[in-house]
Design a protein around this ligand. Structure first.
Ligand SMILES: [Zn+2]
Length: 125
């Protein structure tokens, strides 16, 4: 069974009276229609569809998360270490989309950008 997530749905507000099926009764004031109140209508979305949506729209989702919840990337110095070619600061950048690392040389040289854990482990050796 596929897991679903329930969301409030803005439609339909007017439906055929669930008591009389549109034949008119006291519940629908003899007009055959029933007006749904807020919170009475909802839609079930399959969870995999939500995950696919998030994956396909990660950039706008990320922007919206920052906008509405103030979620920002986390930046942290993991270590400062001496290697044979000088001193380096290893900085980890965690974002909603993933994590990357930048090795910043203390002396004037180009930083090294790493995109996987194994790249970092290899560099640390
Ligand atoms: Zn009715």
């Amino acid at each position: 069974m596929i897991e679903t997530v329930r969301f409030p749905c803005p439609y339909p507000k007017m439906i055929a009276c669930p008591v009389c099926g549109g034949q008119c009764c006291r519940v629908c004031d003899e007009n055959g229609m029933y007006e749904m109140k807020d919170g009475e209508t909802f839609v079930e979305i399959q969870r995999p569809h939500l995950i696919k949506f998030l994956a396909d729209n990660i950039e706008t989702v990320s922007r919206d998360l920052s906008k509405y919840f103030g979620i920002n990337p986390e930046v942290e110095t993991k270590s400062v270490r001496s290697k044979s070619d000088g001193k380096w600061e290893l900085v980890e950048i965690r974002t909603i989309q993933g994590t990357m690392w930048v090795a910043i040389p203390i002396e004037k040289r180009q930083p090294i950008y790493m995109y996987t854990n194994s790249e970092v482990e290899e560099w640390l050796v």
